[in-house]
Structure formats: C-alpha cells, structure tokens
Design a protein around this ligand. Structure first.
Ligand code: NAP
Ligand code: ZN
Length: 346
C-alpha cells in the first residue's frame, strides 16, 4: 500500500479536510497515475451531502481526473510511463455482461464500480480524484490527446461525456434545434459540443447574466427561464432539450418547448422527485429520456472529438483549501464554469 495525500469529507455534510488514504500496490493490469487536476462535479456535492441516500465515509470525491502515468503493471498493454491519461466516473465493472461487452460499462448488470463512494470488487472502498495518486485498471483509463491541456481536459471525464453521449444518441447535428438547460459545468460543455456537432444551439438559463459567455461558447440564442415570455415564444421549437439542472423543475413546461416527437433528455440528478403530467408527452408523441455518463469507448471518442475541435472546459483553477468555498458557489449556481483542483496543493 502507498500512503497518499487527499481531501475528504469525514462525515455527511461535514466540510472537506486534508487527510491521507492508502492506494493499493500496482497489480498486473493496473496503472499508477500521478493526478494533476481534478474537476468538481455537482455530483460530488450531492454525494458528500448524502443527498442521494446513504454514502460511504470518509469520502474522497472526484471523478474528473487528469494526470500522468508513473508506473504500469506487467500485463499492461495500452499505456506506458509518461502517458497523459484520464479517469472518469467508473473504475471497474463485471466486464462480462452484454452491456459491458458492448462498451456500456455504466449499465453493467452487476453495477459498475464508481470511482469513489463505492466498494470495489476487491471489497475495499474506492477513493476519488481529490488526491495525488490513483491506481486504476488500464481498461478504465482513457488517453488525453496531446492537443488538450490536462487542466481543461479534466472536466471532460464527466461533464464532457455526460453531454456528448445524449447529444450523439439523439442526433444533435446540422438542421437540428437543440436547447441546453442550465449553463453550469455540464451545460457549458453541452453548448460547446452541440455547436461543434453542427446543431443550432439555444441556452435556457435562469437569467441573462451569463448570456455573453453562452454565445461565446457557441450558442446561437439565449433565453431566461425566469421570463414567462420565453415559454410562449419557444413553444414547439426544439428537436432536443438536454436538461442539466441539479434541482427539481417543472418538466411539463419544458416538454411544451419540444416539436412533436422531440426528446427531452435529462442528465440532471436532483435530490427530490418531480411531478409530471403524462399529457405533456402523449399529445405531441414526445420522449422523456434519461442519460447516464457514457461507456469507456465513447469517453475516448469524446476526448478525441474535443481535441479535434479544440474544446476544453472553461475552468476556475483552485487550491485544495478552496474546495468547501467552491462547493458553496456551485450550489448557488455561481460557477464559471467548472472548478478544477490543482492537486499539487493537496
Ligand atoms: P452545475 O455546475 O451546478 O450546473 C447546474 C446548472 O443548473 C446551474 O449552473 C444552473 O444554471 C442550473 N440550475 C441550478 N439550480 C437551478 C434551479 N433551481 N432552477 C433552474 N436551473 C437551475 O452542476 P453540474 O455539475 O453541471 O451537474 C448538474 C446535474 O447533473 C447535477 O445534478 C449532477 O449530479 C448531475 N450529473 C448527472 C450525470 C449523469 O450521468 N446523468 C453526470 C454528472 C452530473 P443557470 O444558472 O444557467 O440556470
Ligand atoms: Zn460528475
């Protein structure tokens, strides 16, 4: 075992603090990664607060990991010392079910092993990216292309893939009107990716405060959802809406903004249930879909796509002692647009 510096929540809702954790020795198919940057996802906050139900403490959050390989096990074939790599939300799965075999490890029938707040297949708790090193099986590691800096690449490992996956699945592209609901960590990557895919992109944000940024990221239009006129004007407009909102919303109102047979793909994971009238989907033959991160092959595809199109996250780089303040700002929708921890400060 190797002792590694980390930042952890000792208990639900407690502030995160500096600590140490043990990382396993490198096994046959493992790579040891020197973590350089770790993004702060709203999911880290939901879990550290136990907003989604019982969690495992102490918790070292972080599933947007970018770093450099410093050691490889004897059986490793995909990576070598010095490679620039990323780890996202998963570090293992059964690898044998039809979903794993299809590259959809997120749907593993036995349940995937999450990067943190999970019990690994060796029976040990997993600890995430707010730390200086991590040991991961090579099959759950992706390559960060040379064109992407590690700091702006880190958020792609969750925010990037979580938006890329539904945008591809539901056909965002030329001739399609796509709305991104919520301009936070996930949402701003959604705007960039949907624009790069060739779609006509609209941001639906609570206010017009971030309009200039949204247009700079590639949006063609920008509307405030606090203005009731938005809902009149945009009624029946979109082929696809991707909701990234972390709080319960009136989905009936957003479903009305779809064209007939349009899709509202939800990725936001609010802690409370929502109320939905099924008439909101019946009349227009509409679909309400969920989407959950993306598998390893698609995560690599997304990174290659982002490198090709020059897409990184807009980040605010912070020291580890600013994590608790950053959590507060994310909860207040005061994030521009992803906090990334410089892990050298841990
Ligand atoms: P974030 O940075 O906080 O962004 C969420 C955005 O939603 C905010 O910036 C805000 O944008 C908008 N918003 C917040 N509260 C709102 C409210 N009460 N009403 C309307 N809009 C509101 O969070 P994130 O990291 O992007 O994550 C977003 C959600 O996705 C979280 O619940 C997270 O757990 C979940 N998530 C899901 C997956 C998945 O695989 N499905 C993966 C990662 C994260 P505006 O200020 O522009 O309105
Ligand atoms: Zn995440």
């Amino acid at each position: 075992m190797t002792t590694v510096a980390a930042y952890a929540a000792p208990a639900p809702k407690a502030p995160l603090e500096r600590t140490t954790i043990e990382r396993r020795e490198v096994r046959e198919f493992d790579v040891l990664i020197d973590i350089k940057f770790a993004g702060i996802c709203h999911s880290d906050i939901h879990q550290a607060r136990e907003g989604w139900g019982e969690a495992i403490f102490p918790m070292v959050p972080g599933h947007e990991i970018a770093g450099v390989v410093t050691e490889v096990g004897p059986g490793v074939t995909k990576f070598a010392v010095g490679d620039r790599v990323g780890v996202g939300c998963m570090v293992d799965s059964c690898r044998e079910c039809e979903n794993c075999k299809a590259g959809n490890e997120q749907y593993c029938v036995e349940g995937n092993t999450q990067t943190y707040n999970s019990i690994g297949r060796d029976g040990e708790p997993t600890y995430g990216g707010y730390s200086q090193k991590v040991v991961v099986d090579e099959n759950f590691v992706v390559r960060i292309p040379d064109g992407l800096s590690l700091d702006v690449a880190a958020p792609l490992l969750c925010a990037g893939i979580t938006l890329y996956s539904p945008l591809k699945r539901f056909g965002a592209g030329p001739g399609k009107k796509v709305a991104i609901l919520g301009l936070g960590g996930l949402g701003h990557m959604g705007v960039k990716i949907a624009h790069a895919l060739g779609a006509e992109v609209t941001v639906l944000s609570q206010s017009l405060r971030k309009q200039e940024d949204g247009l700079r990221f590639g949006a063609d239009h920008y509307y405030a959802t606090s203005d009731p006129k938005t809902f009149e004007e945009l009624n029946g407009t979109f082929d696809l809406i991707v909701s990234t909102v972390a709080a319960p919303l009136d989905f009936n109102a957003y479903l009305a903004l779809l064209k007939p047979e349009g899709t509202l793909a939800n990725v936001g994971a609010p802690e409370e249930p929502i109320s939905l009238s099924l008439f909101s989907v019946i009349g227009g033959g509409k679909s309400l879909a969920g989407s959950f991160i993306g598998g390893l092959p698609q995560t690599q595809e997304m990174l290659d796509f982002c490198a090709e199109h020059g897409l990184g996250a807009e980040i605010e780089l912070i020291g580890a002692d600013q994590i608790n303040e950053a959590y507060k700002r994310v909860e207040d929708s005061d994030v521009r647009y992803r906090f990334v921890i410089d892990t050298a400060t841990i």
